[in-house]
Design a protein around this ligand. Structure first.
Ligand code: ZN
Ligand code: ZN
Length: 258
């Protein structure tokens, strides 16, 4: 079995939990909403952060890794994302006003710069490790966004991140038979449908309606990105709508085995 660990499971940081982040292996994480507290000194050996989109609940800890582990880090930290997302991060985050542009700041040992940017091409496969790879696919959110498919030993997990439509997800599952596990978002209770629509997120009703084309395929479904203030309500609604889906609602620290 292969594993991916959930570092942050929620759609916002709260007293109870962290926002979106996944540990893919020792050197690679997907999103950076909650890295420092779960990883602590292991943050110093991270090489790549694969970013889904530029919203704060997915990027906030990039800033603090560079800050807290500046002296321990010996390799450039690579931010990998769609070119549009990298442009937003450079213009609005690492701009010397919100946070320093660490791509202009050398590592403590002077061997390289602290931060680098590399654009990800949708559907192009990148190596994470022996027998481990990743590719991005475009999703439907209020800013440029992508999900990722992570393959380990020939079996894959699809992580959608924030999205309103599931067309990209359904398309990927149809094209890539190695995908056996999905991690999809469910951010709001059904009563807040208008807010979900405006902010391009899913409710339990929307999620399971849109998953209909994938019913009966034996896929395992993990759900993340619940807004913490509506957690109990969303969980009840997922139960009411999940029918025959094998569902697990994610919490910080959970392990996805596949
Ligand atoms: Zn989010
Ligand atoms: Zn978002």
């Amino acid at each position: 079995m292969s594993n991916i660990q959930i570092l942050g499971a929620y759609g916002a940081k709260s007293a109870k939990g962290g926002s979106s982040a996944f540990l893919l292996n020792t050197h690679h994480v997907l999103d950076a909403g909650n890295l420092l507290r779960p990883l602590r000194e292991k943050s110093a050996v991270l090489k790549s952060i694969w970013i889904t989109h530029s919203h704060l609940d997915h990027i906030s800890d990039i800033a603090y890794i560079l800050d807290n582990y500046y002296e321990q880090r010996t390799e450039k930290l690579m931010l990998r994302a769609l070119p549009e997302t990298l442009a937003i991060l450079k213009e609005h985050f690492f701009n010397h006003k919100i946070w320093p542009d660490f791509s202009e700041i050398p590592l403590a040992d002077g061997s390289d710069m602290s931060l680098g940017y590399e654009a990800v091409k949708p559907l192009e496969s990148y190596t994470l490790d022996d027998d481990e790879s990743i590719y991005a696919f475009k999703t439907d959110h209020t800013v440029p966004s992508c999900g990722y498919v992570i393959q380990k030993k020939k079996t894959s997990v699809l992580i959608s991140a924030d999205t309103y439509s599931l067309e990209g997800v359904i398309d990927m599952v149809r094209k890539d038979e190695s995908i056996r596990t999905l991690v999809l978002e469910c951010s709001f209770p059904i009563a807040l449908f208008e807010l979900a629509k405006a902010s391009k997120h899913l409710t339990a009703q929307l999620l399971f309606e849109r998953l209909k084309p994938l019913e009966g395929k034996g896929l395992k479904l993990y759900i993340n990105h619940l807004k913490p203030s509506y957690e109990n309500q969303i969980k009840e609604e997922i139960k009411a709508y999940q029918k025959n889906w094998d569902v697990h609602i994610l919490d910080d620290g959970d392990i996805i085995s596949f």
